[in-house]
Design a protein. Structure first.
Length: 183
């Protein structure tokens, strides 16, 4: 299952805060997928307080560092690649205020409606660079003609949930494309 969410590109002035906001009132816990989506919706709405409470507090050293780390981002588009229990695998396009695009992929661990940990890394090595998608809500993905191109880009081996994976480069059909040569 995959789903994509893109919040409105409207920008609001960020709130001036130097300390974390108070915790919101108790509410029912969101599912793991809904929590990750809500987190990025809050970031896109520049509701840093809500994003902090949804898990930013577990991903950044302090509130000011968290907010400052989001300063160069115009809009995030998150694509849920899969959910297994409390673990959400996602791909993220971060459109920067300068028009460039950064692509990230990784996993988010969610407990009781809060992101408690994340292992997210920037995806690099797409030939010709990555540019924003022309179609809203669609994430561009690198494509490799063959394993040599994937290896040259530093992307091999590739797994089905990773950008650039394709059956045409998974020669033995085992779900691992461009495996290291066993010799």
């Amino acid at each position: 299952m995959t789903s994509t969410v893109t919040a409105s590109p409207q920008r609001k002035a960020p709130p001036e805060r130097s300390a974390p906001p108070p915790a919101p009132s108790a509410s029912s816990s969101l599912s793991a997928e809904a929590t990750v989506i809500a987190y990025f919706d809050a970031i896109n709405d520049q509701d840093h307080r809500a994003a902090w409470e949804l898990g930013g507090k577990n991903l950044a050293g302090d509130y000011r560092a968290f907010v400052d780390g989001l300063a160069g981002t115009e809009r995030d588009t998150v694509r849920i690649l899969g959910v297994e229990g409390n673990t959400v695998r996602a791909e993220l396009e971060a459109l920067q205020t300068d028009g460039s695009l950064k692509v990230f992929e990784g996993i988010y661990t969610v407990r009781s409606g809060v992101i408690t940990a994340a292992d997210v890394r920037e995806v690099t090595g797409a030939e010709g660079g990555v540019t924003p998608s022309d179609e809203p809500g669609v994430s561009p993905s690198p494509s490799y003609e063959n394993c040599d191109a994937a290896r040259d880009a530093g992307a091999a081996p590739l797994y089905p949930w990773q950008p650039g994976y394709g059956g045409h480069i998974d020669q033995d059909g085992d779900g691992i494309a461009c495996e290291p040569d066993p010799r």
